[in-house]
Design a protein around this ligand. Structure first.
Ligand code: PLP
Length: 305
């Protein structure tokens, strides 16, 4: 991360190292934040933000679920995101808007507290390690389940949800794995700690339905769109764990992980242990768009002037 950068906080740009909040802020004690992770790419020398509108919309939906209100519209937040990239002079970056309950009263009740917002941008490479996108990753099914329905809402991208994700990620690291797969409370496949999952069996593409306590990923939606346009059948339903072990291909999708193939699950090779042809064809469509190598036919990129 570039510590010479500027971070936007509640209407002002502040120096990277001055972007602080009070230790008694509600968010620190009770996990009361919602946020987004967005990527911007270098498209022939211009900055192209990937699916900005959908990410900002999801941020506002997360806020709505938690009854958090800010005095900015989605359009204004989108403009500030663009301004933050420009002021930091970045051609490609990761973008992190975060809305959080701040400092004022103490105790769980958030009603009298300010709702603050900050936006930071920085350069970020491959999330699951060098060459993960090309070679694939080794993963395991976690002993930790995803959030049970009607406990913490998984459709809201909230900081608190990532306490669950951290447990599973830590367990994966302790087992020398690159990432985990969490099952939902009923034992059906859920998602990774920061990725959705896709499974291919007999040329049909499966991904868990949103009823399996997943985040409704924007990359997931992009994969579904690309796959259908390539002529594949895409099924969103509850998926039994054991399909992981007999799948022909598996991959993760996510803003940070982009499209990362999975080569082993619990030590078992996925298919023949090599990146599969359907995964490759979806990756190629996706990467061609975000690298500006093919036409942005879905209008997913917001190009900065
Ligand atoms: C738990 C979880 N699932 C899925 C995703 C993928 O979502 P998206 O493609 O919108 O980044 C993410 C990343 O944001 C995540 O944190």
């Amino acid at each position: 991360m570039d510590e010479n950068g500027k971070i936007w906080m509640d209407g002002k740009f502040v120096n990277w190292n001055d972007a602080n909040i009070h230790i008694l802020s509600h968010v620190i004690h009770y996990g009361s934040s919602v946020f987004e992770g967005i990527r911007a790419y270098d498209i022939d020398g211009n900055v192209g933000i990937f699916r900005l509108k959908e990410h900002v919309q999801r941020l506002f939906e997360s806020m709505k679920i938690y009854r958090m209100n800010i005095s900015y519209t989605p359009e204004e937040i989108s403009d500030v995101i663009k301004e933050t990239i420009a002021i930091n002079n970045l051609k490609k970056c990761y973008i992190r808007p975060v809305v959080y309950r701040g400092y004022g009263t103490f105790g769980v009740d958030p009603q009298k507290l300010p709702v603050n917002i900050a936006i930071a941008v920085w350069s970020w490479g491959q999330y699951l390690g060098d060459n993960a996108v090309e070679k694939g990753v080794d993963v395991g099914v976690s002993s930790w389940r995803r959030l049970a329905p009607n406990t913490l809402p998984s459709l809201a991208k909230s900081g608190a949800n990532y306490m669950n994700a951290q447990l599973a990620k830590l367990e994966a690291s302790e087992n020398n794995l690159d990432e985990c797969i969490m099952l939902d409370i009923e034992g059906f496949i859920g998602e990774g700690s920061g990725e959705n999952i896709f499974l291919i069996k007999d040329n049909i593409i499966y991904t868990p339905a949103i009823s399996s306590s997943i985040l409704k990923g924007i990359t997931r939606d992009s994969v579904i769109t690309i796959a259908k346009d390539l002529g594949y059948e895409v099924v969103q339903e509850k998926i039994p764990r054991e399909l992981l072990y007999v799948a022909d291909e598996l991959f993760y999708s996510g803003t940070a992980a982009e499209i990362t193939p999975i080569r082993t699950v619990d030590g078992i090779d996925v298919g023949n242990g090599k990146v599969g042809s359907i995964t490759k064809s979806i990756q190629s469509e996706f990467f061609n768009i975000i690298r500006g190598k093919s036409e942005d036919k879905y209008q997913w990129l917001d190009i900065l002037d």
